[in-house]
Design a binder for this molecule. Structure first.
Ligand code: LMR
Length: 392
């Protein structure tokens, strides 16, 4: 049997981990996979997470199963954090292994409910979106998103393409901090997009993996909240990997908003999908998140540390834009300071990306996406000088 398998293409983001690890050059810089790092290069365990783990170790009496949907307290706490109050009667939800698990279960739910639906993806999007859709044998289409000339959003192209959405099609939107580009819709653009998608009778699927990394915890949920209050049905795939820094704990939530009268049936289908794919979802990370969000002191400390993380990335953005002004004697990289979240697509060619890797030991994804948090006060100038060198 196994002899029939052919090699799989490596994931373009994850393959960088091994390439970077195997590079012997001490001055190498890792701007690949989206993991937050502090100035010393460590991905820290957040203070509130450590405190919750200690409390949990002392208080936890059993490791028996939770429910197929996970701990209901986790769903309640995360729904309140994402959507605020008032959605509970419309929201069915299941805990999932990370945000990827939530995306996967969202797509499985769509496949169950509406197998012929087309899933519309931004061009570009996180490469695992089309990969999972293709693996599930579902239909997909692309809408324009990134304008290489300005490194901002091609909003006219986006609106043109999404005007072609058919009733019942699913439109995958990044709730904030677009991955891979870092370019985001502003409030007035969301306010134009929502009525267009409503008029097309689309179903939004919001990928919310970086809440708190862009403009703030509530600000980053604003588009998702607008969508939630505007459409009869919305799917939201949320990740706690980044904003709680619990990557390996695999902590995510899929929320399905719909008709309150149909909530129990939707919930039953979400539970069924969990059962088919992995039965009970992981609980450790979800429990930590719940403990933090249910305790005022832990919440305050977590929010404060998340804000430090966000400010650190904003500072790195500004200093990289400043250094690139100096190094290239132009303002063409000023967009880096306007982008939000963990990533910016720099607009370099694939051969420039390879030159940065081969000549300078600087690792980024082939489309020139950098992880801003992979930089620090020392490496910003090194990156800027290297970019100027490969441009020339
Ligand atoms: C990324 O885009 O780097 C992260 O979301 C990690 C991943 O799984 O790709």
């Amino acid at each position: 049997m196994l002899e029939t398998l052919s090699p799989q293409l490596q994931d373009k983001i994850l393959e960088l981990i091994a390439l970077y690890r195997d590079d012997p050059r001490p001055q190498k810089i890792d701007l690949g996979v989206g993991v937050y790092k502090d100035a010393s290069g460590l991905t820290p365990i957040m203070r509130a997470v450590k405190a919750a783990e200690k409390k949990l170790w002392e208080a936890e009496k059993t490791k028996t199963y939770t429910t197929l949907a996970g701990d209901p307290g986790f769903a309640d706490a995360l729904i309140a954090m994402i959507l605020g109050a008032g959605c509970a009667n419309r929201a069915a939800a299941v805990a999932t292994p990370g945000g990827t698990g939530a995306i996967r279960q969202a797509l499985e739910l769509i496949k169950l409910a509406s197998p012929a639906a087309t899933i519309w993806l931004s061009n570009p999007t996180w490469p695992n979106h089309p990969s999972i859709i293709k693996y599930l044998g579902m239909k997909m289409a692309e809408y324009r998103y990134f304008d290489p000339a300005s490194c901002g959003v091609d909003f006219a192209g986006l609106m043109d393409d999404l005007a072609k959405v058919q009733p019942g099609d699913v439109v995958l939107l990044h709730g904030c901090c677009h991955n891979p580009t870092g370019a985001n819709l502003d409030t007035s653009q969301w306010a134009q997009l929502v009525p267009l998608l409503k008029s097309r009778r689309a179903v939004p699927l919001v990928d919310l993996a970086y809440q708190g990394f862009g403009d703030g915890l509530d600000e980053d949920a604003a588009a998702t909240r607008l969508i939630a209050s505007s459409f009869p049905e919305v799917l939201i795939a949320a990740s706690c990997s980044k904003n709680f820094g619990i990557y390996r704990e695999r902590t995510g939530l899929l929320i399905a908003l719909g008709d309150p009268a149909r909530k129990a049936i939707t919930q039953g289908n979400l539970n069924f999908l969990n059962r088919q794919n992995y039965s009970f979802p992981p609980d450790h990370g979800a429990r930590l998140v719940t403990m933090i969000l249910q305790d005022a002191a832990l919440t305050a400390d977590w929010k404060a540390e998340l804000e430090e993380v966000r400010q650190n990335m904003l500072t790195l953005r500004q200093s990289l834009a400043d250094e690139l002004r100096r190094a290239t004697n132009s303002d063409r990289y000023d967009f880096i300071a306007r982008h939000r979240g963990m990533f910016s697509r720099l607009g370099l060619t694939e051969s420039q990306v390879m030159a940065l890797r081969n000549r300078h030991g600087i690792y980024m994804v082939g489309d020139s996406r950098i992880n801003i948090a992979g930089l620090n006060a020392r490496t910003v100038a090194i990156l800027a000088a290297a970019i100027a060198a490969v441009e020339g």
